[in-house]
Design a protein around this ligand. Structure first.
Ligand code: ZN
Length: 254
């Protein structure tokens, strides 16, 4: 039930996240009113209907909207449902819903522009740190604070060193996203070793995922020089996956 409810909430939030994505991808001022990408005609409030709005064409030139709008809606709904299944009605649900929403936005922007924007990565880390410290204290989960910090530092350092060692392979943005992912991964563990284990699993899955995604993209978009490794989305997806299965990993079953 909770998963279905959250999927609906995700669908409703999707178009709003789409506006945030527009802001980054199209470099336009955010407004509660999407515009046609081809001719600039205002699409009215129907452009905020999740998923279905994609089927409505521009009244002026009949062009379809970018596929990323329904993609954002569906990704948000799916990730919210996953969070509901993973956490249920617990206090941890809220922070991880927030994380997943931010990851959807960052993944889609990264996919479109190959950029992870400082304006998203640094505040995410700041808000994440704040949530970890305050919520852990309020909810009596102090044993989760140290693993969260260890996760953030370990993932951040690894990605930064990887960036320094091989700049073409990944962007500085990936290194800035990593501490936030490590923070939320480590927060699920009560020991620093558990946090490190989650980070390493996430890293391995992200590398495999980026390789497979890159391969798939190259097959779809042949001769497209833009079809490079989508590391940002792969990092985000692997983190979500590891958050879902963290219990199995921490008990050594995975
Ligand atoms: Zn148009």
């Amino acid at each position: 039930m909770l998963a279905i409810l959250l999927a609906l909430v995700g669908l409703l939030i999707g178009p709003l996240l789409g506006i945030v994505v527009d802001r980054a991808v199209e470099r336009e001022r955010p407004e509660l009113n999407h515009r046609c990408r081809t001719c600039g005609t205002s699409l009215g409030s129907t452009s905020l209907i999740p998923v279905l709005s994609w089927f409505a064409r521009c009244p002026t030139d009949r062009s379809h909207r970018n596929l990323r709008y329904p993609a954002v809606d569906i990704l948000t709904a799916a990730s919210f449902a996953v969070a509901g299944l993973r956490f249920g009605w617990t206090w941890q649900l809220g922070p991880y819903l927030l994380l997943f929403a931010v990851l959807v936005v960052m993944s889609v922007i990264d996919y479109e522009t190959h950029l992870l924007l400082d304006i998203l990565t640094w505040p995410s880390l700041g808000v994440g740190l704040f949530l970890v410290l305050v919520l852990s204290g309020v909810m009596g989960y102090e044993e989760g604070i140290w693993p969260a910090l260890v996760g953030a530092i370990v993932y951040g350092v690894i990605m930064f060193l990887a960036y320094r060692a091989y700049p073409p392979g990944l962007g500085m943005g990936d290194a800035k996203l990593a501490p936030t992912l490590g923070l939320f991964l480590g927060w699920l563990s009560t020991t620093p070793m558990g946090a490190i284990r989650l980070v390493f699993y996430a890293l391995i899955v992200a590398m495999l995922g980026a390789g497979l995604l890159g391969l798939a993209l190259r097959m779809v978009r042949v001769n497209d020089k833009d079809a490079e490794l989508p590391l940002g989305p792969a990092l985000a997806m692997s983190a979500v996956l590891m958050i879902v299965v963290s219990d199995s990993i921490l008990t050594g079953l995975a």
